[in-house]
Design a protein around this ligand. Structure first.
Ligand code: GRG
Length: 303
């Protein structure tokens, strides 16, 4: 796809990402301090502070700032989405572990064992809710309750769990169509991006119309994230002639390139990115610049 000059040249996306990710990392570090029982705390810190692009917290902060909010308003919610993201990766890895799929040496389950990994995931899930409820300051209780409702919906049977269930029960099926694939991605990936963005907006007091506009934006970039991921998988795979065990096991998995081909997958990605950017028209361009740049980043990233 042809890279468009959606970003204002004055906006330095790289510095923005570094600054917001640093804020998120510092807040996460102090949210999961050392305390007893030390084993679970260590495991939580090991997985939460291991790195990662921090896209979800940055989206949450950027959405809050779109409406003139401060970082401090949305930082507990931003940490909470990263805690949920991390716990979902832990539980996803556990599934691979229990089904004997080759796992990485530094994975939580390998380092701490299965029982501690389950508990660390559970504790992160609980901490996410505690953190939004207790640490969000200067925001009305009704906004906090709405934000909590959004994140809860993104996790359960209308969100991540639904996506994961449909994904695992589709493995090996030969008749997985586009609607089915879209359902999986909208729930497994887009739901948490949606909660991140929408919580940032709600906590700052955005009106319902704006919240719904941002919800659509987030769904576009969530799906975009996964379409690009599918394309990158294929392009990386064709470069790696050695083919790893993980990729071989994914051979049966439905992906956009498999269902519609690489070219149409790029066209779809391009449309999703354009739709996402269009949804931000009408907002203050300077304040919308970070979210537009994030959409571009998701579309053009290399990993
Ligand atoms: C949350 C209760 C609860 C259950 C979880 C296991 C499960 C149910 C869902 C699986 C969700 C899953 C693993 C989705 C994939 C999400 C995804 C796109 C991961 C990659 O995100 P990046 O690239 O990762 O943002 P980094 O490493 O940068 O943080």
């Amino acid at each position: 796809i042809v890279k468009e000059e959606d970003q204002k040249p004055s906006f330095d996306f790289k510095s923005y990402m570094v600054q917001k990710a640093t804020t998120a990392n510092q807040a996460l570090e102090s949210a999961v301090s050392f305390r007893s029982p030390i084993k679970t705390q260590e495991a939580m810190r090991y997985s939460l502070l291991a790195g990662g692009k921090r896209i979800r917290p940055v989206l949450c902060l950027a959405a809050c700032e779109l409406f003139g909010g401060q970082e401090s308003t949305a930082i507990p919610a931003a940490c909470a989405v990263e805690m949920i993201h991390t716990m979902s990766l832990i539980h996803d890895d556990l599934l691979a572990w229990t089904t004997n799929i080759v796992v990485e040496e530094n994975q939580l389950t390998t380092v701490f064992g299965e029982e501690i990994a389950v508990l660390a995931g559970d504790a992160l899930l609980a901490l996410a809710f505690e953190h939004i409820a207790v640490s969000t300051l200067g925001v009305t209780p009704s906004r906090i309750v709405r934000a909590v409702g959004e994140i809860a919906k993104a996790i359960g049977t209308e969100g991540l769990v639904a996506g994961q269930v449909v994904d695992i029960t589709s493995e090996g099926l030969t008749d997985v169509g586009l609607d089915h694939l879209e359902f999986i991605h909208l729930h497994k990936t887009a739901a948490l991006l949606e909660a991140s963005v929408v919580m940032g907006a709600i906590l700052r007091g955005a009106c319902d119309d704006d919240v719904e506009r941002l919800r659509k934006f987030a769904r576009c970039i969530g799906l975009l994230f996964q379409v690009v991921d599918d394309i990158l998988d294929v392009t990386k795979y064709s470069k790696e002639l050695g083919k790893t065990a993980g990729k071989d096991l994914m051979a049966d998995k439905a992906t956009y390139p498999k269902l519609i081909g690489i070219e149409k997958s790029w066209e779809f990605a391009d449309k999703l990115k354009t739709d996402a950017v269009d949804l931000l028209q009408g907002f203050d361009p300077a304040k919308a610049a970070p979210l537009i740049a994030l959409a571009n980043y998701i579309a053009y990233r290399q990993n």
